[in-house]
Write a protein that binds this ligand. Sequence first.
Ligand code: ZN
Ligand code: ZN
Ligand code: ZN
Ligand code: ZN
Length: 342
Amino acid sequence: MSDRAPASSKISSLILRADVRIPPPKGPARQQQCCIEGVNAIEKAKRAYGRALGELDRLFPGVIAQLPQTPPGVNKIPRGHGRSYGKQRVEQWFSWHYRLKAAGIRTKANASTWRQAEQNARESLKHAVAAYNWLDDLIFDIPPSSEILLDCDVKTHIFILDDAITEAHDLVHRTGELVGGIFGCRLKHDKGDWKSECQVSISHLRFGFSPGMLVRHLCNVCGIDPGDCDHEVGEEYMSTVNRFEGHCNVCSKAECSHIIGSAIRLVACEINTGIEIQEVSLVARPRDPLARVSSRGIDNEELIDFFGFLPDPAAHLLCHECMYPCAGFKYLPDHQELRKYF
Ligand SMILES: [Zn+2]
Ligand SMILES: [Zn+2]
Ligand SMILES: [Zn+2]
Ligand SMILES: [Zn+2]
């Protein structure tokens, strides 16, 4: 798919985000959540991108019109021209990086504008990638040509799924090159290897990891596996306050003011005492659409390809890939291709 594919790379990944609502594995509720989150993320990405540009324009009036224009889409650059075109854009972006950064340190007020612009630019990329991940998940359930009608707050959105996915993809590249070109997308040297956390590049790896989970339940009346006791869920029983595996049988909290041993009338239910992750598998559709690869290793061949030399481990290296034209997506299951990442 790509002539710039890494030859051997290690990846690390998020498996499950904590403290967020994870959608069900499939069905209309998942579709609904993916649609809403995707559309919201597109809006947030656009707003943050607009703010970042506005702030850069305050630092350097007229700059917006002079920044490199949005790169042509996937198919508009003939294969083989992508590299020279990419290198050209890196030069254009980096020349603005130096000019804008110089303006950004001139006064205290400028420094604060520069920081805000950076924050907004990075936020816009994060939302653009999230939008792509939410919307692309829908492809597993419904055809890309589907018309989607979505009622959010006061606005009704009607759109073709494929158009929204294209818009999110375009935003990933647009916001990504602003981040990489002006604020820098740093490559990190870690335990002898260079690694990239470039969200533009990583968002093109279309796989993630899903956990196989075991949720442990106990009967709140007797504290054993609900399958092994005679208490009927929903029925009332006279019992005493107790703690089962550290969870109160009245409120199921780990810490509370219920006094152990006092008599209580209980409606039988199942207490969830914890989630145990049993195995993790590599999947095209992670259960949590945003739990994806977070970094990938870069080997020497790729480093030489981008920089023309093997950088010193202490070097301050900025990623170029986010300014290159799109090199396409990498999908499962191509085991030959995948072996490169382990
Ligand atoms: Zn990058
Ligand atoms: Zn029981
Ligand atoms: Zn309690
Ligand atoms: Zn792309």
